[in-house]
Write a protein that binds this ligand. Structure first.
Ligand code: AMP
Ligand code: MN
Ligand code: MN
Ligand code: MN
Length: 281
């Protein structure tokens, strides 16, 4: 895969340091890579330097946590100026909300008799449920991450604390003000009905969203085709991203995703990438 516009590092809930992510992507044949950690751009400088060294086109990005009609959705910002003061303040706010939610989760786990969980909060990057899940696995409370999420960290679990993130218009506004393009990440993962997904996409387009993530991990051709039509209907471009978090035995990502379906307008047509990069999609 030539483009990968959605990836994570240790600064959020990924496993690799930024330079290791870039090296991994380069080995997989990626030529244009975006780093889009959850609610932080702290990995961008290291990744940009590593990409420069390996001849990759690097796109600074971020994946913002948004609350839309009581539901958490993710908006990826691509090509953002990480020095933009408004964006920096917004990310500080989101990270502090994450820390507060983390503290509430730690208290809930301790109250449930699972032990001293404060170590979860002691990290440089953002505090995510993934770090709580890993703590539960290490402590023998869950077999693996998936079980930890299911048993403890989703609605009904003792460690579930609802997050209240940014508004959709707010998040898209921060991205636009920082000179970036907003992408609705993995639109099928919110388990919305067709009508509700249309509503989300319409709202996203109305506030200035640029693209839907049409190609992402785990979709079949039919699902990608539906997303391509949905993007077209709302005048949106299409993006491609693996949502890479860690090296898995069954998924050698980043890299390995199919090309965009016919008829999509790629998000990178909006950018001034060197012509040798633009030719291939
Ligand atoms: P948070 O943003 O802190 O609420 O955590 C959400 C993150 O947890 C997502 O970005 C995924 O990377 C990860 N995640 C969500 N559900 C699961 C699951 N069932 N198993 C493993 N990881 C998950
Ligand atoms: Mn994640
Ligand atoms: Mn996401
Ligand atoms: Mn992601």
């Amino acid at each position: 895969m030539y483009y990968d516009l959605h990836t994570h590092t240790v600064w959020s809930d990924g496993e690799l340091a930024p330079s290791a992510l870039v090296a991994h992507a380069a080995r997989a044949g990626v030529r244009v890579l975006a780093l889009t950690d959850h609610d932080t751009t702290d990995g961008v400088d290291e990744a940009a330097l590593a990409a420069d060294g390996l001849g990759l086109q690097f796109v600074p990005g971020v994946e913002l946590s948004v609350t839309w009609q009581g539901l958490t959705v993710h908006i990826v910002g691509l090509g953002v100026d990480v020095g933009n003061v408004g964006l920096k303040l917004a990310l500080l706010g989101l990270r502090s909300k994450r820390l507060q939610r983390g503290q509430a989760i730690v208290q809930a786990l301790e109250a449930a008799g699972l032990g001293d969980a404060r170590a979860i909060l002691e990290r440089d990057g953002i505090v995510s449920r993934v770090h709580v899940a890993d703590w539960l696995v290490t402590g023998g409370h869950a077999r693996n991450r998936a079980t930890a999420f299911k048993r403890f960290l989703t609605r009904g679990g003792v460690g579930y604390v609802a997050g209240e993130w940014a508004g959709l218009d707010e998040a898209v506004g921060w991205i636009l003000s920082a000179g970036g393009d907003a992408v609705l990440a993995h639109p099928t993962r919110y388990r919305l009905s067709g009508g509700r997904l249309q509503q989300l996409v319409r709202g996203f387009a109305e506030v200035g969203g640029a693209a839907l993530e049409v190609v992402t991990a785990g979709l079949d051709a039919g699902e990608m085709g539906r997303l391509a039509r949905l993007a077209h209907r709302h005048g949106l471009c299409a993006s491609v991203g693996s949502d890479f978090h860690k090296v898995l035995p069954w998924r050698s990502l980043p890299g390995g995703l199919p090309n965009l379906p016919e008829g999509c307008r790629p998000i990178w047509e909006r950018w001034s990438l060197p012509s040798y990069v633009q030719e291939v999609c």
